[in-house]
Design a protein around this ligand. Structure first.
Ligand code: SAH
Ligand code: SF4
Length: 350
């Protein structure tokens, strides 16, 4: 039922002969309370209860997305907690809660696996499973929020990043439907400016976000300063090359007036030289960007190693006038990177 937007929920009730104004209580139970069971809700009106009895349940068409926790790990500093969640069809996805500096951020998956095949990424190495539905994306945020409330009730979940498994812009409609519900002030209520969509660089998706004036933040995983450098890491560059991608970023920036986050996973001897930094600065000249440098997390299927030249790389970009910081990956010691908990649970880990 989390797949339905508010207007769709109203429509379903109306179609069943139930007054649409009952949708408010139902929406609140689903998205604000994050209820795991709708049967015992005291505040539901008799007509709504009757509709739920008839409509919800196995084989009835409507169901609650409440994924089951299969495995959990936390970092040594306790600031990162990673959950492996099982969906209704038995597939599993990873969801993470990060709590640095009193800021709590959920990191959710948008697909089972990923079709983009980036060579250094554990999810890419798995291949594509399927798209997640909007309800499955929302349910991950609800899981994280439930955990946070149970363990640190003084804190609120205020930030969301789509940086788990999968490529969000390859699953555009479900992602936008989910984010609209998550940002709803009558639901989970995470402000749109606190929601970041990270993309490998699906050009039509970036342009569509700009055209549709989506209010979320955009992060673009660049990783290469020439076509060859990027193509060696990100196979999808063959479809949308670096020039086209940077042009799309310029259009996005000009249309929305918003700063773009550039992600750069630093890999020794691959994209961490002074020449790469200089070319990157050239490429991004005049764009309002913040560059996030990400230390490489080793994965089973990739032989590359983390760069030791990260600070020099950062200095060069800063000297060229770009805000440039290291992504906090503190704590990913135990939790590991994207896709790795699932790999471990299925025995695919070294
Ligand atoms: N598909 C989207 C979002 C998920 S990946 C994207 O590619 O942007 C989120 C970020 O983690 C991306 O910047 C990705 O390049 C990075 N990443 C993936 N695997 C990594 C690894 N093993 N080490 C460091 N960064 C990694
Ligand atoms: Fe997919 Fe992102 Fe991993 Fe690339 S880095 S394979 S796009 S999840």
């Amino acid at each position: 039922m989390h797949d339905l937007g508010f207007a769709e929920l109203e429509g379903e009730l109306r179609a069943a002969g139930v007054s649409a104004h009952h949708a408010k209580a139902l929406w609140r139970a689903l998205h604000f309370d994050g209820a795991l069971d709708l049967a015992e809700r005291e505040n539901f009106s008799p007509p709504l209860k009757r509709w739920l009895e008839a409509a919800v349940g196995e084989g009835q068409g409507f169901f609650l997305d409440a994924p089951e926790l299969v495995a959990e790990s936390h970092s040594s500093d306790g600031l990162t907690r990673k959950f492996l969640l099982r969906l209704r069809d038995g597939q599993t996805v990873e969801t993470v809660l990060m709590g640095y500096d009193g800021r709590h951020t959920a990191c959710v998956s948008t697909q089972v696996g990923c079709a983009m095949g980036c060579v250094f990424c554990a999810t890419g190495q798995m291949g594509f499973g399927r798209h997640l539905r909007a309800g499955e994306i929302i349910a991950q945020v609800l899981h994280v929020r439930r955990f946070l409330h149970a363990n640190q009730p003084q804190h609120r979940l205020r930030n969301l990043v789509l940086m788990g498994m999968g490529e969000p812009l390859h699953n555009y409609d479900a992602v936008m439907q989910a984010l609209d519900a998550i940002a709803s002030v009558r639901g989970i209520n995470i402000g749109p400016s606190k929601i970041s969509i990270s993309t490998v660089g699906i050009v039509p998706g970036i342009l569509r976000m700009a055209r549709e004036a989506r209010p979320y933040r955009l992060a673009v995983s660049l990783h290469g300063s020439t076509h060859a450098e990027r193509a060696a890491l990100v196979p999808v560059s063959a479809k949308w090359d670096l020039t086209e991608l940077v042009a799309a970023c310029r259009t996005y920036g000009a249309t929305t007036g918003r700063r773009i986050f550039i992600e750069w996973t630093l890999i020794a001897g691959s994209n961490d030289s002074a020449a790469s930094a200089a070319r990157l600065a050239e490429l991004l000249h005049g764009l309002d960007v913040h560059i996030n440098l990400i230390p490489l997390n080793p994965t089973n299927g990739y032989g590359g190693t983390a760069s030791t030249a990260g600070h020099a790389f950062q200095r060069l970009l800063r000297a060229a006038g770009f805000p440039c910081t290291f992504r906090q990956r503190r704590g990913l010691d135990v939790a590991a990177g994207c896709g790795q908990l699932q790999a471990a649970a299925t025995g695919a880990q070294p």
